[in-house]
Design a protein around this ligand. Structure first.
Ligand SMILES: Cc1cc2nc3c(=O)[nH]c(=O)nc-3n(C[C@H](O)[C@H](O)[C@H](O)COP(=O)(O)O)c2cc1C
Length: 256
């Protein structure tokens, strides 16, 4: 009888471990929310008529901003764009990949694409000169070492026409309860003084951590808004264009 009970406890333990390891890849799950304040209400849960398929379009291009006349820059870091993924990479079982209408997006890139649709701003991928490994665990390890050593990965490109932007949406995944070190390189190599900086982030549960105050420290001459947009990686699919639009509409921007 005792053997049976022990076996049953073991089975339940393995079921629990397998469930917990699902799509969260090691990080406690959280909600889609804005503000980076813990315990804030999920935006996605409040929005009806979700149409995630409409959320991203083919606008999530990377590289230099386009020729359109806009004063809005959307600069973001994401695994997609910084990793040479094979075309058939499995987005379903990965926490940091989204596939919409056949297109592969990184989580932060996906939110960036919705901000682009909403604002008409220029997208700019914060791209490192060296790609990250395709293997998630290897990237995790590299991110950990970079964070520990406060590395400044070299960037592949810079925003050339920075003067033409008044508003900078700045997006990144939470890496080791911090921003990826490449975002620090970006902040050190681009002077955002006089601009309004609006953070957005995706994470496995850590939210913004201290990123918003860190951005302000790095850019003392910029106005960094505290009500950034955040989405958990397990709920990226729930974020709609309307969520993003509502957040942007509520921002204190004088020159939208
Ligand atoms: C190197 C690395 C470190 C991470 N560290 C954290 C962390 O400390 N806290 C957290 O909540 N999520 C962490 N994550 C999960 C990512 O923040 C999350 O999956 C994010 O949505 C990925 O965005 P992306 O697809 O745009 O790269 C980490 C992921 C990687 C690859």
């Amino acid at each position: 009888m005792r053997t049976k009970i022990t076996a049953w406890i073991l089975v339940m333990f393995f079921v629990f471990v397998l469930t917990a390891c699902g799509k969260t890849e090691g990080y406690a799950d959280d909600d889609v929310h804005n503000g980076g304040q813990s315990g804030s209400e999920s935006q996605a849960e409040n929005v009806e008529n979700k149409e995630p398929e409409e959320a991203a379009s083919d606008t999530a291009t990377s590289g230099q901003p386009g020729a359109e006349d806009t004063n809005i820059l959307i600069a973001y870091f994401s695994r997609v764009g910084n990793t040479d993924f094979p075309a058939d990479v499995d987005a379903v079982s990965s926490a940091s990949l989204v596939r919409k209408d056949g297109e592969l997006y990184g989580n932060t890139q996906y939110i960036a694409s919705m901000i682009q649709q909403s604002t008409g701003g220029d997208l700019f991928l914060i791209e490192t000169a060296e790609k990250y490994p395709v293997d998630y665990d290897e990237t995790d390890e590299q991110g950990m070492i970079e964070n520990r050593d406060r590395t400044r990965p070299e960037l592949a490109s810079h925003v050339e026409n920075l003067d033409s932007y008044d508003i900078v949406f700045l997006g990144f995944p939470n890496w080791y309860y911090d921003m990826p070190m490449a975002v620090y390189t970006f902040l050190e190599e681009h002077d955002l003084s006089g601009k309004t900086v609006i953070p957005f982030a995706t994470s496995g549960g850590g939210g913004f951590s201290d990123a918003i105050s860190e951005i302000q420290n790095q850019q003392p001459g910029a106005v960094v808004l505290s009500d950034g947009f955040h989405a958990s990686h397990s709920r990226i699919d729930d974020v709609t264009l309307q969520d993003v639009q509502d957040w942007i509409d509520g921002l204190p921007l004088s020159h939208k």
